[in-house]
Design a protein around this ligand. Sequence first.
Ligand code: ATP
Ligand code: MG
Length: 428
Amino acid sequence: MPRSQHSISRDDISPNALKVLYRLHGSGHQAYLVGGCVRDLLLGHHPKDFDVVTDATPEQIKGLFRNCRLIGRRFRLAHIVFGREIIEVATFRGHHQVEDNDRAQTSQQSEAGQLLRDNVFGSIEEDAERRDFTVNAMYYNIADYSIRDFANGRDAIAKKQLELIGDPETRYREDPVRMLRAVRFAAKLDFTITARASDPIPELADLLSNVAPARLFEEVIKLFINGAGVATFKLMHQYHLFGQLFPQIQPLLENPEGKEYQFLLKVLANTDNRINSGLRVTPAFFYAAVMWYAVEERQEQHMSEGGFNRHDAFIMAMNDVLHRQMQRIMIPKRFTAVIRDIWLLQHRLPKRFGKRAWVTLEHARFRAAYDFLVLRGEVEGGEIAEVGQWWTEFQDAGAPQRKKMLANLRGRDGKPARRKRHFHNKKS
Ligand code: ATP
Ligand code: MG
């Protein structure tokens, strides 16, 4: 597609990406924008980031840029760092031929057909065949501003279709994360996945258990913290992908009318709204929500079967559920700490007697825990909804009004000492 036949203008491209492209080109290398940024520009969206490919090797790239870092083991890549913006530069990737000795050193495949290492360099044509979806295999050439469209991505964009390059089963076996990418792009771009690409997914979904838990953590963020979390979740549910990532939660989601399903939808809708209005979100909130009812269920079990008190059963349940989840998804410590705080605060928010309301209000996670409780209240109603309402008013109220609210509480509920026995509230 020559420049006259497409809509991508250099004004839409990050100046830093242009710098990288021109420097590579000026040094006698091929240089292209590729993947999501070309796709998004053609769709009239604002790309999240700009990825560059070239025939220069990582070492050659490093020689051209002072601000260059080489990273990655699975894929060796160059990062060109411009303050907060990073332009990722990859060398064209080639095919894997295990019989070829030279290449066997740099590429590796597991018994399930999964690619473990992928450092074979190749031509642009080979690079295009290695990409996942036809809309992701378009290359914007800095030499003449044309687009090279190897898999007819333009047609797929016109039809709003997500089509996989190559044989779907082989491609999903090579990298099961492509199944997650299919639903993510379908939800985010409002595309349909072709039958060819979607039919094998439910069958192959369990291959996700071969994917490293640390990689899945990154993918889950992209799936649910992207402004289209509700649509993504529904597709994941439909294609049996959700249960692969959250095996202990899946049984709780069988009934779409149930509070567990409804709560998750509410949390995702809330997350989508926040993202789409530029507000901050933390993955910890999503994880706390996904696992919440599993924790409650486990707590009940520890109480009825193990005879533990409410508090101890809850602590044990938090540990159990997190531990099991971490076998699938490596949630970093800085997030599990927040998840635990949000959970623990669910039991502290109803206890407002004496100084407790003031202490809770000062907690670093008060706001997240309060938002969480309000969303629970919307599906559970009853006491949880009342407590949420009380905190909404308490936060807005002036000092005299707050005193009155606390006094009323005492008058109505009374006997704080008796409650203390049910759930001793250690400061942790
Ligand atoms: P996003 O908007 O989420 O960044 P993207 O398409 O740019 O979408 P990236 O993960 O940034 O996605 O990858 C950039 C490009 O690299 C993709 O467009 C695709 O061509 C290729 N790619 C990425 N991951 C895979 C994969 N698992 N298998 C094959 N190709 C991939
Ligand atoms: Mg990208």
